[in-house]
Write a protein that binds this ligand. Sequence first.
Ligand code: FA5
Length: 336
Amino acid sequence: MRDELEQLKKQALTELEQIKQPEQLKDFEINYLGRKGKLTSVLKQLKDVPKIDRPAMGSLANETKQGIIQSLELKKTQLVQGPKLAMSAIEATWPGRDFGLGHLHPITQFLNKVQDIFMSMGFEVVEGPEVETQKFNFDLLNIPKNHPARDAWDTFYVEGGLLMRTHTSPVQLRAMKKSKPPVRLIAPGRVFRNEATDAGHETNFYQCEGLVIDKCITVANLISTLESFLKQVFGQNVKIRVRPEYYPFVEPGLDVDMQCLICGGSGCSVCKQRGWLEMLGSGMVHPTVLKNMGVDPAKYSGFAFGLGIDRLMMLYHSINDIRFSYSGDSRFLEQF
Ligand code: FA5
C-alpha cells in the first residue's frame, strides 16, 4: 500500500502539471478525490492492513491526500486568479493615475499679482530678512526702547536680542543702505505678531512694503498710487476711505480702508461688523527716518505704505477666515 500511495501521488502531480484549462480541474478532482476516485479506492484497502501497521499507513494516506489537495488548490489559483492579477498589473488601456499636481498657494498667487501691478508702475522688488535686529525693526523707525508702539507690534524674540520682524518696514532702511534717491521700491514678505488669532488676524501673515523717495513727493502722490493699485486689483468701482493714523515712522500717517467685499459694507465677522476693512498703513516718511536712511529731508520727501496681503487676498477671493490660508487643508487650497 505504501508503494501504491507514493505512485499515486507522483501520478497525480504529473497529471496536474499538464492541466492547462481550469475546466479540467473538476475532472481531476473527481478522478482522484471523488467517492469512486483513485485515492479513495486505495484508502479503502486500509482496513486490510495489519493492525500494527495501520496507524503509520493511515497517516501516510492522509499526507498523500493533503498533498494532492494543496497542489490542486495552488493550480486553481494559478489558472483562475493568475491571469486576472497579471491583467490588472499591466492593463495598458486604462487611463494613467492622476498624481494631483500642486500649484502655488493663493497668497503667493496674489502676491505675484501685486508685484506685477507695482512693477508696471515702475517699482522694483527688494527683499529683507525675516529675523531682524531691534535696531532695524524698531529703533531706526523712530520706535526707541520703551516706546509704547513696541507693545502694539509685539512679536516673538529669538536668541541674541533678535526678533521675528513685525512688519516689512525695516526693509526700507536696508534697501536705502544700497540706494540713493530717487527710489521706487516694494518689499514683499512674511511678518510675525504676538497676538490672538481670529477671522481677520494671524500670528504670521504677509505684508508688502512700498517706498517712494524723490523731490516734491506729496500725500496726493501717495493716495493716487494706492487708489490706482486697489482699482487695478478690485475694479474701478471699489470704495476706499483714507483716515489719519499714527505710525512713529511717518508724518502724517494714514490708514487706507476698503469697503468690505464679503458683506458689501453691512458688517460681518471679517470686518468686525464695521463694513470697512483696514487694508494698509501708510504716510509721508518721517524726517528722522529719512536721515536714518542717509537721505537729506531738506532736499527729498517720500511716502511709504505697508499692505496687508492676506486681507487683500481674502477680499479678492471672498474668503471669510484668514486661518484657512495656513490650515494646509487641501479642500481649501484646491479651489484656487
Ligand atoms: C504696519 O505694519 C506698518 N509697518 C505699515 C506702514 C508702513 C505704515 C509704512 C506706514 C508706512 P499695521 O500694523 O497696521 O502697520 O499693519 C499693516 C497691515 O497689515 C494692516 O493694515 C493689515 O492689513 C495687516 N495686518 C496687521 N495685523 C495683521 C494680522 N494680525 N493678521 C493679518 N493681517 C494683519
